[in-house]
Design a protein around this ligand. Structure first.
Ligand code: G3I
Length: 302
């Protein structure tokens, strides 16, 4: 196959991209995105500050621009993200305790009902674990409502849209030996044992010199899949865009039957949140980088 999405589809997987609504009017960007990918994540437009800027007033204008573009171009959509310590609107940042807990529940219900039956996977909870060697939860206003906030979020999400796969999503959890990875593993294992509804784990995979790709990523994917959840590479970008590292990540996903697909976090280097790292698959002029060819070849079976 000659595009990333079609090549991934040969094994029943997708190859996705993060889309920014305000870039869709750029014809180079939109042409590449429409041609190459068969899954879309909104880079910012489905986040809490975008979808509920004032308490109780939902706004899906930008989110729907991304969603409608995706559907019109035949792509499935990953929802990102419902409960997160970051990109909270001001009104939510100022809440605590039971009021914040209720606001989280209301937010999940409001966004998921708007997209009921339309989203393949939701990142229900994003980035709840602390960096470093503690294996602890990240301190946040949500965590301070009680450490059961994550399972409450998942139970709320299941009731709001039973058709969506419900994912926990985080970064620096790709290396199997890291404390953060092990902490996330223990949470997912506990959720599966107690019947908390979780279907998938997203590994953001923002690889850079401080958090490099390690070949034990495949072990990580296998160990989580063995708990009975699907896994996905949800925000892939690699500092320097080494073709062999990109191919290794794709091959890790292909090696795990429960790996649903891979999403890259932007189209061209200039679209990246870390553009100075030139971490993506397309040059700023829209031409394909060596990493693109490496990914396509891997998806086509090497
Ligand atoms: O839209 C405003 C614009 O009006 C304003 O002029 C400009 C000035 O700063 O800011 C614009 O908003 C920025 C937004 O991106 C859109 O470009 C925000 O400041 C900026 O904080 C925001 O950054 C996003 C970041 O999440 C915020 O946490 C990045 O685009 C986005 O790529 C990044 O994505 C996250 C995932 O959601 C979770 N995992 C990590 C990943 C990378 O940080």
């Amino acid at each position: 196959e000659s595009t990333l999405g079609a090549a991934a589809a040969q094994s029943g997987r997708y190859f996705g991209v993060a889309i920014a609504a305000n870039r869709l009017s750029d014809s180079t960007y939109a042409t590449i995105a429409a041609r190459e990918f068969n899954s879309v994540t909104a880079e910012n437009e489905m986040k809490i500050d975008a979808t509920q800027p004032q308490r109780g007033q939902f706004n899906f204008t930008a989110a729907d621009r991304v969603y409608n573009w995706a559907v019109q171009n035949g792509k499935e959509v990953r929802g990102h993200t419902l409960a997160w310590h970051s990109q909270q609107p001001g009104w939510m940042q100022s809440l605590s305790g039971s009021a914040l807990r209720q606001a989280m529940i209301d937010h999940i219900n409001g966004v998921m009902s708007h997209y009921k039956g339309k989203i393949a996977q939701w990142d229900v909870v994003n980035e709840a674990f602390a960096d470093g060697s503690s294996g602890a939860r990240r301190d946040s206003n949500l965590e301070r409502t009680g450490s059961d906030w994550i399972e409450v979020a998942f139970r709320t999400a299941r009731a709001a849209d039973p058709s969506a796969k419900l994912c926990y999503n985080d970064y620096n959890v790709e290396n199997w030996t890291w404390a953060k990875t092990q902490a996330m593993y223990r949470m997912v294992r506990d959720f599966k044992q107690r019947g908390v509804p979780i279907d998938c784990v997203g590994f953001q995979s923002h690889f850079n010199s401080g958090s490099p790709y390690n070949s034990n990523f495949r072990t990580t994917l296998q160990e989580f899949a063995a708990l009975g959840v699907d896994v996905a590479v949800t925000e892939l970008d690699i500092q320097g865009a080494s073709p062999s590292t990109y191919a290794a990540v794709v091959n890790d996903c292909l090696a795990v039957s429960r790996c649903l697909g891979v999403t890259v976090w932007g189209v061209r280097d200039s679209d990246s949140w870390r553009s100075e790292h030139t971490p993506l698959l397309f040059y700023n002029n829209g031409s394909k980088k060596p990493a693109y060819t490496a990914v396509l070849d891997a998806l086509n079976g090497g």
